[in-house]
Design a protein around this ligand. Structure first.
Ligand SMILES: Nc1ncnc2c1ncn2[C@@H]1O[C@H](COP(=O)(O)OP(=O)(O)OP(=O)(O)O)[C@@H](O)[C@H]1O
Ligand SMILES: [Mg+2]
Length: 402
């Protein structure tokens, strides 16, 4: 399939036409046994390599599937644009790619806006046939330059990663002449920012444990597949308020890395509050440990109900690094060997003493395991920072309810 990634599409290949469903068709159909005419038609259109089909081919292969669609006014108008006549079928050469793009858009009904970020708008939508709720992220695609690096990264990463704690990419809509690509994602009620600000249960330590544990599970899987996220923050973590499930989203800044290899990457990643000190100090040779720092910031924020390293005055890299130093103490070259070599580090930086972590996170004052985990996530030297696999084994999570 050209655009792949749709569970329904691939399963339908096995289901066949009505009347060919076998015994299961006579009992109550499960979602996978239901006949979905629009999905079947899209599946057929995807199998064509050519962009157009002559009238006879269109009428013998496509028209029978079109006739099974539940017509409404919108669909009639849409098909008329592609030369469809209710009695005669297709009356001209069929623009297969155009019809496919138009039907893919028709398949999803937008029902509200969920958010807008740096790369596009995210809408809540419903699959017309299955009634499944979805989130559709529209990303701009420049006609001159094609898909942006960010979109290519996001698509290729999400297609690669299939895990309970990573948002599932269900479909990709790309119209041939349009300048947008739509990513169809599974829907979750809210992001962690909203959850923290609006749901009282978010403040329970047991809930916090579960959320942090699930983020770590998703990140362990991504890291095991050589992908670092590089933009972990509450807005990029989705939460289902009914099931408590947590999923990582927004892989627009994600990139591949080779294990045990330090390569020069761009340092301008990760929203400032969650950015690891090695990035703030200009290291180009960072590793997947940047994600663990961000998880430490998220854990502390959930416990304190406030951003942990919030620069008080201007938001700049230097004020952010000072904010970190004023809480955790200015690092020393003894504790972090590479420190003096980092581009933005200066020997003239103020020497802040470290403040005790139990004062910075008072709700953990009687929880030595919690303090221990947090201190390992917020370790200055990325080589000594805890990994996702190690963190998941940490005693703070013993008996965690996911
Ligand atoms: N699958 C989803 N289910 C529910 N809400 C979602 C989903 N995907 C995204 N959202 C909402 O839309 C917002 C923006 O989505 P996303 O982070 O993917 O876009 P973005 O444009 O890359 O944002 P930015 O780069 O500024 O972080 C999210 O913070 C979240 O609130
Ligand atoms: Mg985002």
């Amino acid at each position: 399939m050209a655009y792949g990634a749709n569970d329904w599409d691939s399963r339908l290949l096995d289901v066949g036409r009505p009347g060919q469903l076998g015994d299961a068709a006579t009992s109550t159909p499960s979602p996978f046994q239901q006949y979905l005419p629009l999905t079947s038609l899209l599946c057929k259109l995807s199998r064509f390599k050519a962009l157009a089909a002559d009238k006879d081919l269109a009428n013998s292969v496509i028209a029978p599937l079109v006739r099974q669609l539940p017509f409404d006014e919108e669909l009639s108008l849409l098909l008329a644009k592609y030369g469809w006549h209710p009695l005669e079928g297709f009356t001209t050469t069929l623009d297969l790619a155009g019809l496919k793009g138009a039907l893919q858009k028709y398949k999803y009904i937008k029902i509200g806006q969920l958010g807008s970020g740096s790369y596009g708008v995210v809408h809540k939508a419903v699959n017309r046939e299955t009634k499944e709720l979805l989130a559709i992220k529209k990303v701009v695609h420049s006609v001159d330059h094609g898909l942006s690096d960010s979109t290519i990264r996001e698509i290729s990463t999400l297609r690669e990663l299939q895990h309970d704690n990573i948002v599932r990419l269900k479909d990709i809509i790309a119209t041939v002449n349009g300048n947008h690509v739509h990513l169809v994602l599974e829907f979750l009620d809210c992001d962690l920012r909203y959850y923290l600000d609006n749901c009282t249960e978010a403040s329970n330590i047991s809930r916090i444990k579960s959320v942090v544990y699930q983020i770590l599970r998703g990140i362990r899987y991504a890291h095991a597949n050589s992908i670092m996220h590089r933009d972990l923050k509450p807005q990029n973590i989705l939460v289902s308020t009914s099931t408590g499930q947590v999923k990582i989203t927004d892989f627009g800044l994600a990139r591949c890395f080779l294990p045990n290899e330090e390569r020069a990457y761009t340092e301008k990643v990760v929203t400032l509050y969650y950015r690891a000190p090695e990035l703030l100090l200009g290291s180009q040779y960072y590793t997947s440990a940047v994600d663990l720092w961000s998880i430490g910031c998220i854990m502390a924020e959930m416990i304190n109900f406030d951003v942990f390293f919030k620069a008080e005055q201007e938001v700049s890299e230097i004020s952010q690094i000072m904010r970190i130093f004023s809480k955790l103490g200015t690092p020393t070259p003894e504790a972090w060997k590479e420190l003096p070599g980092l581009t933005h580090f200066s020997q003239d930086f103020p020497r802040f003493p470290p403040r005790p972590l139990h004062e910075l996170v008072p709700r953990l004052a009687n929880d030595p395991q919690g303090l221990d985990l947090l201190s390992r996530l917020l370790m200055y030297d990325p080589r000594h920072r805890i990994t996702a696999s190690q963190a998941l084994e940490h005693p703070w999570f013993y008996g965690v309810h996911v």
